[in-house]
Write a protein that binds this ligand. Structure first.
Ligand code: NAD
Length: 500
């Protein structure tokens, strides 16, 4: 049966515009079907969107912060009312399970909840009598037109890391969602429109490099928020800053989970399995390398292997849910398979092998089963490259020092975790590990909306991270006013002038 393609409109100046050109296919990864086409936008679309955002700016900047966040409060209610509809759209275009999609949407809604409190974070600082009779105040003002460019793996959450905070601060926004998953972003933006957002405050353009380059160079764009792979994150940072923009740019990752000999086996197995195979490993916070320390491999490894082999893979777009869904595209699935092959060729053992997985009810979906590569060594391809699939590397180290050393040699720096019963080992790990988000007896933890999403090293380019207070600082600039009032003069002149 032929599938009716969903529409994928642009959103410019409050109008939903049907694209004039054909685009790139959007798949349902569970089945391999094309469900829509994402238009390849042009620099002219970018210009129209930025001009619309610029036109909306003066009125939006002057809208009192409390009125701005009232619209976001209605938006949050509409997200709740339409929650399952968004979740299903998210699962259909991404392939993750419904439970995982619920997590994706909920984490995004938490950023809206955070943004409701933005007025209190816009409060400035004042010192009276900085010199005799002179007062000094610092206030925060919006930047202007801000841009967000987002990846495929969290279609709901990542765009919501950006624009609720940006617009609560008084900016206007142009979003370019991933061309692989634009439909969830569109569905959510329609709810914000319904909540009463004025025309032009949020705009959406679609496309790839040409559109991104036009956004990076547009003279009316003040700031760029980017999330995606490290090579593109570095490019966005370099080109964006060269054009004088403020840039926060999140890149890829390779996160280490250390399992100490005294770790609780049940809890650490659950934590590692969720960290490695949640969202089929397509997470920048995936715990993609387990570092087993001392005798841990005798106790925890067999349990991990058994748990990985039990993971049921299948289509997520129907009532009976598997444990793990498909990868985003056929090309990405093939890349993951090639990396597993490379691991085996370079000497890793493969005690859980997901390469031949068969999903009879959806034979054209983009599946790879849960895979464990054991005895991975530094220098192997799989030890260096971000696989971004359901593959857990296992490395063996003799003690905590060696485990920290291997984690710290990574050029990425998003997150790392330790499973242990020892407070001393946990403290040592937290203190010395070279990354920005640390878990103790918990899988690699993504910060909640009130904290910065805190990548280090090649996982982040910029100064101010997304979310939390740093998010508000990123989307505002300070103005410092020093004032002195005389007891005679100006007031009278002003009064006399205004009466003329
Ligand atoms: P990607 O880098 O391929 O694409 C991200 C965005 O950049 C998309 O909107 C895409 O259209 C655009 N883009 C792609 N190629 C471009 C180019 N040559 N020039 C300009 N723009 C380009 O990433 P992806 O495959 O969509 O997402 C997966 C990656 O994102 C992984 O590396 C993952 O670790 C990373 N990620 C990082 C975080 C984080 O916060 N650190 C969060 C989620 C995902």
């Amino acid at each position: 049966m032929a599938i009716t393609l969903e529409s994928c409109p642009l959103f410019i100046g409050g109008e939903w515009l049907q694209p004039k050109v054909a685009g790139t296919p959007i798949f349902n990864p569970s089945t391999g079907d094309i469900i829509a086409e994402c238009p390849l936008g042009t620099p002219a679309d970018v210009n129209a969107a930025v001009e619309a955002a610029q036109a909306a700016l003066p009125a939006w900047m002057e809208t009192p912060p409390v009125e701005r966040v009232r619209i976001l409060a209605r938006f949050k209610m509409l997200m709740e009312d339409n929650f399952e509809d968004i979740v299903r759209c998210n699962t259909r275009e991404h392939g993750k399970t419904l439970v995982e999609s619920r997590g994706d949407v909920k984490r995004g809604m938490e950023v809206i909840e955070f943004a409701l409190g933005v007025p209190s974070l816009l409060m400035g600082d004042v010192i009276e009598n900085i010199a005799r009779g002179i007062d000094c105040e610092a206030i925060r003002q919006p930047l202007g037109v801000c841009v967000g460019i987002t990846p495929f793996n969290f279609p709901a959450m990542v765009p919501l890391w950006m624009y609720p905070i940006a617009i609560a601060c008084g900016n206007t926004f142009v979003l370019k969602p991933s061309e692989k998953v634009p439909l969830t972003a569109i569905k959510i933006a329609k709810l914000l429109e319904k909540a009463g957002l004025p025309k032009g405050v949020l705009n959406i353009v679609h496309g790839g490099r040409e559109v991104v380059d036009a956004l990076l160079a547009h003279p009316k764009v003040k700031a760029i928020s980017f999330v995606g792979s490290t090579p593109i994150a570095r490019y966005i940072y370099e080109v964006g800053t060269k054009h004088g923009k403020r840039v926060q740019s999140n890149g890829g990752a390779k996160n280490y989970v250390v399992i100490m000999p005294d770790a609780d086996i049940e809890n650490s197995t659950r934590g590692v399995i969720e960290a490695a195979f949640g969202c089929a490993g397509e997470r920048c916070m995936a715990g993609s390398t387990a570092v087993v320390v001392g005798g841990a491999e005798k106790s925890v490894l067999p349990t991990l292997i058994e748990a990985a082999k039990r993971i049921k893979v299948g289509p997520t777009d129907r009532a009976a849910q598997p444990d793990m869904g498909a990868l985003i595209t056929e090309q990405h699935r093939d890349r993951v398979l090639r990396l597993i092959e490379a691991g085996v060729k370079e000497g890793a053992k493969i005690p859980a092998d997901g390469r031949g997985v068969k999903v009879s009810e959806a034979p054209n979906g983009f599946y790879v089963g849960a895979t464990i590569l054991d005895h991975v060594e530094r220098g192997m391809t799989v030890a260096n490259e971000e696989i971004f699939g359901p593959v857990l590397n296992v490395m063996h180290m003799e003690d905590l020092d060696a485990a920290i050393e291997v984690a710290n040699k990574s050029f990425y720096g998003n997150g790392a975790s330790i499973f242990t019963r020892s407070g001393k080992a946990a403290r040592e790990f937290k203190h010395r590990v070279n990354c920005g988000m640390v878990g103790i007896n918990i899988g690699v933890p993504a910060s909640m909306a009130w904290f910065p999403f805190n990548g280090w090293n090649e996982s982040f380019f910029g100064d101010l991270h997304m979310q939390g207070k740093e998010g508000v600082q990123f989307f505002t600039q300070q103005k410092v006013t020093t004032s002195r009032w005389f007891s005679y003069g100006e007031g009278d002149i002003w009064h006399a002038e205004s009466k003329k």
